[in-house]
Write a new protein. Structure first.
Lengths: 121, 228
């Protein structure tokens, strides 16, 4: 359900970096702890990006696993369920190593001259 | 056609976080501690505030409330009897409102909030267990209310929210005797997703446990000041 708002945040970030150039491809890095439904995100991105530089851009999502680190024993492990407890040291000593990312990694844009050529044709 | 790859590597929440920092600066300038209060719809945020905020001014803590709602001023109207500054912030933009408050919405309401006359600002977010957890508003502390009518598994279904909060208030405990609700399991599930969370059991209706929450609120400005 939060994918609509996430889409707005993505489109705003992408447009800032596109600086008026047409965007053809967007690569996102999304951590598993973000609880993002990819199909839904893609669906909303198309809606939010309509009539902007992002319209028609293809989307690639790089999954980042949820990895925890125990601050006491320094062990790292990947989780599949939301259990933020170290099996050895118990609760209270765990930090998220990866899995909270929600990043625009890169975009692909059409060069300005080329875009102008396309427009003339 | 020539295409160029542009490296971005930017958190998509950066734009929101920048505005949240601006809010933070305004709060700091006025020496106001800010709480972002979140929950599912109907968990009892407003009822809890009605109970907990009454009389705090007499005890030396001047409180203001920023009420976020999709539409209407029902909650602000309820709180108006407490004679403290309550500002209503509607997220409705004409065809259905936002399901959460973000930093910019809070910023737009700040001119109406008398920051110089309060010590603590409680921001009651829109009822929703997902989106509010993702948008910082410049707060010192994030807390949530869950209730015994919701289900013990909610922390496992909405870990993003339960992990975002330092205080989880379990409300409506007066109903426990009528429900097949396993409160120990709820507490265990909260501890599983957020081991460092403080848990309080209250009934905003009867007032049970509300004093602990009041004490927590009273201690917050000093704690937030020490953390800053």
């Amino acid at each position: 359900m939060h994918e609509f708002d996430l889409s707005s945040a993505v489109v705003a970030t992408v447009r800032k970096h596109a600086a008026g150039r047409r965007v053809t491809h967007v690569t996102l890095r999304i951590g598993r702890l973000r609880q993002v439904v990819k199909d839904t995100l893609e669906f909303y991105l198309a809606i939010v990006g309509k009539d902007t530089e992002c319209e028609g851009a293809t989307l690639e999502i790089v999954d980042v696993p949820a990895v925890l680190r125990c601050t006491t024993c320094k062990n790292e492990w990947e989780i599949e369920i939301p259990a933020f407890i170290c099996g050895t040291c118990g609760p209270g000593a765990v930090e998220v190593a990866t899995g909270e990312e929600f990043m625009v990694e890169s975009i692909e844009v059409e060069d300005e001259e080329d875009a102008a050529c396309t427009a003339q044709r | 056609m020539h295409r160029t790859k542009v490296r971005v590597v930017e958190d998509a929440f950066d734009a929101n976080n920048t505005i949240a920092s601006a809010n933070r600066s305004d709060f700091d300038r006025a020496d106001v501690t800010v709480v972002n209060l979140m929950s599912a719809p109907g968990a009892g945020k407003t009822t809890l505030l009605e109970r907990a905020l009454d009389g705090l001014a007499e005890q030396g803590l001047r409180v203001g409330v920023l009420e976020g709602d999709v539409a209407g001023s029902f909650d602000a109207d309820r709180l108006s009897v407490l004679h403290l500054p309550v500002v209503q912030l509607n997220t409705d933009n004409g065809f259905g409102g936002e399901c959460h408050l973000d930093a910019n919405m809070v910023r737009s309401a700040l001119p109406s909030v008398p920051l110089d006359e309060i010590d603590l600002l409680l921001v009651e977010n829109v009822g929703n267990l997902v989106c509010p957890a993702e948008f910082r508003i410049g707060e010192d502390s994030r807390i949530m209310v869950c209730s015994v009518t919701e289900g013990e598994d909610k922390p496992l279904k909405y870990p993003l929210m339960f992990r975002a909060c330092e205080l989880v208030i379990i409300n409506k405990v007066d109903l426990l005797e009528y429900l097949d609700f396993d409160i120990d399991r709820l507490e265990a599930n909260i501890a599983q997703v957020n081991p460092s969370a403080t848990i309080m059991k209250v009934s905003a209706k009867t007032g049970e446990g509300v004093d602990a929450f009041r004490a927590w609120l009273q201690a917050l400005p000093a704690r937030a000041g020490a953390a800053a």
